[in-house]
Design a protein around this ligand. Structure first.
Ligand SMILES: [Zn+2]
Length: 106
């Protein structure tokens, strides 16, 4: 399993825990109130979710001629895939470092 996939799984598990904490702590009458009166656990779960989505967006192929996103592979919600160690399109390792369009040996 690639480290990016493992990292994404951990982030999603933390998101699940934060969501469950919010569901467990919220008051029943909170549902009809505005979001700005929501307690900290609502904001924590929401912003952590935004962070996880942005992290998934940031997983791109490092090859400057490719730059394909590894998680969001199309415009549909059903085009989600786990990130692998190599780009699904060109095979470049995701951890490869590119500088000025050329691969740099680590
Ligand atoms: Zn690629």
């Amino acid at each position: 399993m690639s480290k990016y996939k493992r990292r994404l799984i951990y982030l999603l598990l933390i998101q699940l825990v934060l969501t469950l904490v919010h569901v467990a702590l919220r008051e029943p009458q909170e549902v009809n109130e505005g979001a700005f009166t929501s307690p900290f656990h609502f904001w924590l779960a929401l912003w952590f979710g935004v962070f996880v989505v942005l992290y998934a967006f940031s997983l791109r192929c490092q090859n400057t001629g490719c730059r394909k996103m590894q998680v969001f592979r199309g415009y549909s919600v059903f085009d989600l895939r786990w990130p692998e160690g190599k780009c699904y399109s060109c095979g470049t390792p995701i951890s490869a470092v590119y500088k000025n369009g050329r691969p740099v040996e680590p």
